[in-house]
Design a protein around this ligand. Structure first.
Ligand code: KE4
Length: 432
């Protein structure tokens, strides 16, 4: 193990106090470093590709506040736009033209979206889309995939990924059986299992929801034909196809994974990037389906801060920045260099590893692989990942604190940052 130890006195003091005030000392479980061990660092400020903790240590950041910071943290143009918006107030609870602007940008960008509803988180977006798909089809059952995470609403907490996987919580206490009795699960990339579920539950399945590129079981790409196969199966069985693009939206491509892979779902959920770091989520899709959402239709969903001017402003500016020519080519290039570099270094230092990247999303598993689904991902050496994470952290590189998360780059990351990260990874992997 590399022997550099960074000073984390203040982080430790603040986190110790936090644990007395908030469950686990955090506002979201994965931040507690449970699966990688050691003390979480307490952030003081972020800028571009970098973080500074309360002890003054600087890190290259590959979490990007779990995806929103694709333009880099605290982008000057986003901050400036927010300052201007702040002068006009923080929340209206009433229509604002900003919602029109962001809605038009989302509709123009995302192939499946003809109409959109803004909410305040990805969880809310997935809750809204769940109720809508059930109302539209008049069916109750859904199919989700093992290891995929769609927020913490009861129905989805079945073999979920992200923090649920990290904490080894296959299901959560407090979720009544009734809430998950209509949730069917299948292995990702396994079309035959989905076909079987449709046969066994004929005319009862409202839809299939998935992360088109999985980020919550670690990084798992769809096999060729998998997304197309789901599109055909849902059409065949009168069910809806829902892409949860909370993580992949505007990251895998400007139009999300559905643009990248050329498969158009009926409904899509979004979050993270479209809020530029402020609380936001959205669900959208075919006009005939979205027209069922209250008050246009009978499907109720509401939110005090939905469409608030600050989140809309940050989202608008972020998407404007992403429209700059060459953005996604750059993200693809630097992320491919990082992912391929990490795999090459693992090989040279004798660690079985697999992984990959698509655009600005990447992952590394400490298992020879291949990793095509959650069961494969669980074969990873998570203890080794924990040592790797700690070693990288002590050398100024901040990775997602779980094997069951994806990594994120931004267009603030430079070639030098990637080179530096790979140099550190070589040191750390050489002494894992
Ligand atoms: P939020 O409610 O956290 O905004 O979004 C839920 C959600 C829905 N769908 C997908 C595909 C997601 O990735 C997420 C949230 N992602 C996690 C990270 N894997 C958020 C980080 C956390 O839970 O602290």
């Amino acid at each position: 193990m590399v022997n550099t130890t960074i000073k984390t006195t203040k982080s430790q003091e603040i986190f110790a106090a936090a644990q007395n005030l908030m469950p686990g000392g955090v506002s979201s479980p994965v931040r507690a470093f449970k699966s990688v061990g050691g003390q979480p660092i307490v952030f003081d400020r972020v800028k571009g590709a970098y973080i500074w903790d309360v002890d003054g240590n600087q890190y290259i950041d590959y979490v990007g506040t779990w995806g929103p910071a694709i333009c880099g943290h605290a982008h000057p143009e986003v901050i400036a736009a927010l300052h201007e918006a702040l002068e006009k107030g923080t929340s209206f609870g009433a229509p604002s033209v900003l919602e029109n602007v962001l809605a038009e940008m989302v509709i123009d960008a995302v192939p499946s979206i003809e109409m959109v509803r803004f909410v305040n988180s990805g969880t809310e977006a997935c809750m809204g889309v769940l109720r809508l798909m059930r109302a539209f089809t008049k069916r109750d059952k859904i199919i989700k995939f093992e290891g995929c995470y769609h927020g913490h609403a009861d129905t989805f907490l079945v073999k979920a990924g992200s923090g649920v996987a990290t904490l080894g919580l296959p299901d959560s206490p407090g979720v009544p059986k009734a809430a998950t009795s209509t949730t069917l699960t299948a292995p990702f990339n396994d079309l035959e299992s989905v076909k079987a579920l449709f046969e066994e539950n004929r005319d009862e399945i409202a839809g299939v929801i998935l992360e088109p590129v999985v980020g919550n079981a670690g990084f798992i790409a769809p096999d060729a034909g998998f997304l197309e196969g789901l599109r055909e199966l849902t059409h065949e069985h009168g069910a809806l196809l829902v892409f949860d693009e909370v993580m992949t939206g505007f990251r895998i491509a400007y139009g999300g994974a559905q643009e990248k892979f050329g498969v158009t779902p009926d409904l899509t959920t979004l979050g993270k990037v479209i809020g530029g770091g402020l609380p936001v989520g959205a669900y959208g899709g075919r006009r005939d389906i979205m027209s069922m959402v209250a008050p246009a239709g009978p499907v109720y969903q509401a939110g005090t801060l939905s469409g608030n001017p600050l989140a809309m402003t940050a989202g608008i500016k972020t998407l404007e920045l992403l429209q700059k020519p060459g953005t996604y080519d750059y993200l693809e290039r630097i992320t491919k260099k990082l992912a391929n570099g990490l795999l090459q270094i693992a090989k040279e230092t004798g660690h079985p590893a697999c992984g990959g990247q698509i655009s600005a999303m990447f992952g590394l598993f400490f298992t020879s692989g291949p990793v095509n689904n959650y069961e494969d991902a669980k074969k990873s050496d998570t203890a080794k990942f924990g040592r790797f994470h700690r070693g990288m952290l002590e050398h100024g590189v901040y990775l997602a604190p779980s094997q069951f998360e994806a990594g994120f780059t931004s267009f603030a990351h430079t070639e030098e940052d990637i080179e530096q990260t790979l140099a550190v990874a070589r040191d750390v992997m050489s002494s894992l």
